[in-house]
Design a protein around this ligand. Sequence first.
Ligand code: DC
Length: 220
Amino acid sequence: MNKNITIAIDGPAGAGKSTVAKKIAEILSFEYIDTGAMYRALTFKVLNLGLDPKSVDDVIDTMKSTSIDFRNNHIYLDNVQIDREIRENIINQNVSYVAKIKEVREGMVKIQRELAKTKSVVMDGRDIATVVFPNADFKFFITASVEERANRRYKELIEKGEKDISYENIKKEIESRDKIDSTREIAPLVESKDAYRLDTTDKTIDECVEEIISIVSSGR
Ligand code: DC
């Protein structure tokens, strides 16, 4: 059987989605598509042009002349690889404004569906099981407590050498991002009713990966 398989993974910021999704894709030899990276890439471009991410018209205009692409698990913005740049805290602070714009979401969803047409994918984001692939073969909702997510993000940024950060601020930023992501009008972050819920607060990455692989392998 040669059917392409789609695994949809949603959940809030810092729940461990991308780490888990990447490992699953590797084990299954599927392509990993990080949809958050796409919204981040556009945010990066808007900021780089000196524009305001809250200006809907400017963001839509920028999107019209932008190409976003994945090649060999790297993200390309206008044909330039920008994996590292999109992880900076300035992007964390602004990406939700860009991601709530209707026209931006429509454009991104179109690219995401194209990417899964010809291959099996593990795609992670906020609206993958609800909007992008409501008929995905497998749906997971990965979450963790806000404290644990803030803790992980804080450590990640410290390891990267970011200086002007505090745990309390990171926690506030995560709470604010959760709020914008889950209350926005279009494709808010919601737990799909038919998704398998995985709380990673007290679990290791490997335990989460094992749980998902066992579900996918047994075809449940
Ligand atoms: O997963 P992440 O932190 O890289 O996501 C960055 C932002 O993009 C996050 O604030 C929510 C948004 N996002 C979205 O709205 N829809 C997606 N499918 C993926 C991410």
